[in-house]
Design a protein around this ligand. Sequence first.
Ligand code: KG4
Ligand code: ZN
Length: 336
Amino acid sequence: AKRELILAFESSCDETSVAVIEDGAKILSNIIASQINSQKRFGGVVPEVASRHHVEQVTLCAEEAMTEAGVTYADLSAVAVTYGPGLVGALLIGVAAAKTVAFAHHLPLIPVNHMAGHIYAARFVKPLVYPLLALLVSGGHTEIVYLKAAGEFEIIGDTRDDAAGEAFDKVGRVLNLTYPAGKKIDDLSKQGQDTFNFPRAMLHEPNYDFSFSGLKSAFINTVHNAEQRGETLSKVDLAASFQASVIDVIVQKTMRAAKAYPVQQLVVAGGVAANSGLRAAFQQAVAAETPDMDVIFPPLRLCSDNGAMIGAAAHVLWAKGAHADGRLNADPGLSF
Ligand code: KG4
Ligand code: ZN
């Protein structure tokens, strides 16, 4: 049979990325133009800066993705694009680019939810088996999602305030780390210990929800109180204590869900899934509590935003009937 080739666009936040994916599982190319260097100066993502960057990069990324994959537009089966959630101006650039290619080359257009993309990054590790449970931990989301079948998403737990990645980034600012701070806190943690014992919010509540704003406040107060006393606290212990608190609640609550739902696989995805402590804690918890369950982490470079994961999700969603036309619009608040 003819191979299915999807050209996939991602531009929801601060990476412009275009990929060519074969049969939903093989990466022929995955070009990622990061704008971290231009956003670093502002300590976060400035929507207007992000949009301008996407405009400059999207065509270049698409051309490079096609060249690297060694395919022509006539070889393509469909075009896929992230249409939400994300920054509206940023999303619009990818949506406009994808529509243009689809229209010019008479190709189907597949709309993809960015969060579905993060989950389907796990498809590059191995075939997924349903029902499955996914933990989505990124800069904007912290959700436990139950997939009864391919492409059927049910959010069973969510954050009540900050996302996990957002907490990493905010605490990082207090430690004078540049944005995004997740990886830097992860690295510092390896040299420190959990000596501060920060709160583990909602750990014992009978639900699958999270809260990280109290932890963030406790962290900030601890640092400021010490400053007022003229003390300097150990940066590595602060990092390790913060990270331990985040990992504790995430792993324990997710494991509770994994035992309550009839699942054989647990996918841990999103930017924060790159965290080495989180990966180790999940591996340990699964080995001890649910040894028959498979925990799947996407490869590190596919945890943060990229076009490949959008192509993998598009393969699944297309089979389920997802189809858009020239009227497709960005949906910044899109949920499952
Ligand atoms: O999924 P992603 O690339 O973008 C969103 O869709 O939000 O996630 C970015 C987030 C940032 O908050 C970043 O600090 C965090 O992922 N992150 C990490 C690590 N690497 C990236 N957080 C903890 N540990 C890491 N190793
Ligand atoms: Zn993301």
